[in-house]
Design a protein around this ligand. Sequence first.
Ligand code: IPM
Ligand code: MG
Length: 384
Amino acid sequence: MTESIRLATLHFQVLLEEQLARAAAIEQRSERVDYASLRPLVIGVIGGDGIGPIIVKEARRLLDVLLKNELASGDIEIRDIVGLTLERRKALGQSIPEDILAAVKRCHVLLKGPTETPKGGTMESANVTLRRELDLYANVRPVRVPEEGIDWTFFRENTEGEYVLGSAGIAIPGKLAVDFKVTTDAGTARIARAALEYARANGRTQVAVVTKANIMKKTDGQFSRIVHETAADYPEIEVTDWYVDIMAANLINRDIRSRFQVFVMPNLYGDILTDEAAQIQGGVGTAGSANLGDGYAMFEAIHGSAPRLIADGLAAYCNPASLFRAVEMMLRHIGRTKAALRLAQALDVCLESERRLVVSGDRNGATCAEFSDYVLRTLSNEPG
Ligand code: IPM
Ligand code: MG
């Protein structure tokens, strides 16, 4: 037993050293990339696992239409990155094979289908690896229900918290297991600033900080304190504290939920609450997700690879809406505002006001391709 404790202590020492180095790197603030100056601006596209390649194929059709002129002139390039399959990741024992990571880094932004995460074992989720390797610290997830006045934007810390050492816990077999949660000052300050800046830029007056600081006293206590400290630069914005359990209840409380505007929270709470929020909007198939860093950004669906749909032979009936919303966020992020607005309007028509075709995930609903045709038809009816 003493030997296990000695090994575990050494392991912990290495982890602490690594995490301090990561915190130091965050403190060296990097410059924001200026997308307008890139020629060509390269959008990498990864299909992913399960339903991923199906929805990504449809998203590409949208991009071909929305960016037609810039693709033709060479101002924008769309580049397929192939080979990020579960089989290959398992065979190589790498969550992101080196060649894929290198190819990803040669692009400026990434549009990615869901990737499957093997349960147990030590292989990290491909998503988590990409978020860390590209330092995509802000996971931004908007959720809207216009008829109820709900207009929420979630800022989920995306590179630390419960996730950063999720595959590096300690187990003493047959006895116990320990996982770690890491909150750095610099990592918290930058997600706080991202949420506060967004609130300011969009005329929002409130930011809700969601933690469990009554229990996770060190990490969540510090997260909340740093958000408040950062908010001193934003006197027009009111920062309120909430525990994650009551916030989960508040989101389904119709009497009060529309009062919330912007949320900021550690990684795992953001993972859980954004699925809940997306369900309120109409399902996890409907919300987009942006993973933003200072030098890189990745856009994806909020949901997973849906192995059950594949197993039930229903792959063709999968819903591309979440990825389409992610495409809209990507276009806005790279400064293609007009194209983003065109897509936003078409999606509002197809998903909210008109709803002539609805994807339900079974044979009663439209197929992914039929729904995409519908969006494309709606796009072409809009004044370009
Ligand atoms: C998400 C997903 C991922 C996460 C999985 C696929 C690792 O649930 O983007 O919310 O837990 O972050
Ligand atoms: Mg999730």
